[in-house]
Design a binder for this molecule. Structure first.
Ligand code: AMP
Ligand code: MN
Ligand code: MN
Length: 319
């Protein structure tokens, strides 16, 4: 089925329904932006809608109007359907799967199919771009300034300020459209120039531990569970650290191993195109995109790094 037809089908299905929106744990700008943007649009349409993020809206995105309406405890008792945004699997929400039809709107290349109405477009710059396509067709008059600012935030952050290859030309045409709907020129500064001191304390530790391997093509660092208490940082402060690792000239894959829970390491992987990191992370039950992916590995740091490197070795031929 063509994209436009899928969008129409989904709109017809959602019409008149009580909708619940969810996205992934440790939400990024796309998770927060797509949930908030779609929520505000549906509210403008007078729909009964609720939106849930297990970890709440991170402080970087709390400036968005609508962040205050996002709930942390999933309650689907008053919903007919649950729309899973920017997540490959429902388990990524951190919530138990509800007994409701699930519809996935996403751009990750790995993941589950939940219904005939799913819209999964891997070359979309961000999930917010899929939401924008949908709301434009549904009722463009309800895309107000607040909706546009939330969607733009997801677009800006998921394209890493429009430097990712998936930015052209779709992301630029969305940015143009959204800039005509709202004042957006303050958003970059609000997101990127308000880092907390605890972010830098964490970053300093991460940079000190930077390690190179495979002829400096792989670079990695780690954040231990106790680093959070010792620096006063929270999970929100890890956002952006892996960018420093992949930004090194010559490094093809950059990793941050983050121990959010003792003995449970979140692997945050970034690449420059040579290796499909979504497939690499899939080996550990994770997934994502070619150049940005993640998974979870349990055990001591030494074991986790060893496990990861063993999987990485199989791909070295592509470097
Ligand atoms: P992160 O490094 O946490 O920013 O994640 C990079 C990309 O991979 C994002 O698009 C995530 O949604 C995706 N991702 C991260 N962890 C997982 C996982 N365990 N399973 C599937 N996708 C993931
Ligand atoms: Mn995301
Ligand atoms: Mn995304």
């Amino acid at each position: 089925m063509k994209f436009d037809e899928k969008v129409l089908n989904l709109i017809n299905y959602l019409k008149g329904k009580k909708i619940c929106l969810v996205s992934h744990v440790h939400p990024d700008g796309d998770a927060a932006g797509s949930v908030i943007g779609f929520y505000l649009f549906l509210k403008n349409m007078k729909y009964p809608v609720r939106a849930f993020l297990k970890d709440g809206v991170p402080y970087q995105y709390a400036f968005l109007y609508g962040a205050e309406f996002i709930e942390r405890n999933l309650d689907v008792s008053k919903s007919d359907v649950c729309v899973l945004l920017d997540a490959s699997e429902f388990s990524r929400t951190g919530f138990d799967m509800p007994d409701l039809p699930i519809i996935r709107i996403d751009h990750h290349k790995t993941g589950e199919r939940y219904s005939d109405y799913d819209i999964v477009v891997t070359d979309a710059p961000a999930t917010v771009s899929l939401i924008l396509s949908l709301v434009k067709v549904w009722d463009e008059s309800h895309i107000d300034e607040r909706v546009a600012r939330a969607l733009y935030t997801g677009l800006l952050t998921d394209t890493v300020s429009f430097i990712h290859a998936n930015s052209f030309p779709w992301a630029f045409s969305d940015a143009l459209y959204l800039s005509q709907k709202a004042q957006i020129d303050d958003i970059g500064s609000l997101v990127y120039e308000r880092k907390r001191k605890s972010f830098y304390l964490l970053l300093m530790r991460a940079l000190e531990r930077l390690t190179f391997d495979f002829n400096d093509k792989l670079a990695y660092t780690f954040i231990k569970n106790e680093d959070f208490a010792e620096t006063g940082a929270t999970s929100e402060d890890t956002d952006g650290i892996v960018r420093h690792v992949i930004s090194i000239d010559g490094v093809e894959v950059g990793i941050n191993f983050i121990e959010y829970e003792k003995g449970v390491w979140k692997v945050s992987a970034r690449g420059k195109g040579r290796i499909d990191l979504a497939l690499l992370c899939l080996e550990f039950g994770g997934g994502g995109h070619r150049n940005a992916a993640g998974c979870t590995i349990e055990g001591s740091l030494e074991k986790v790094i060893k496990d990861f490197k063993r999987a990485f070795e199989k791909w070295v031929g592509s470097l």
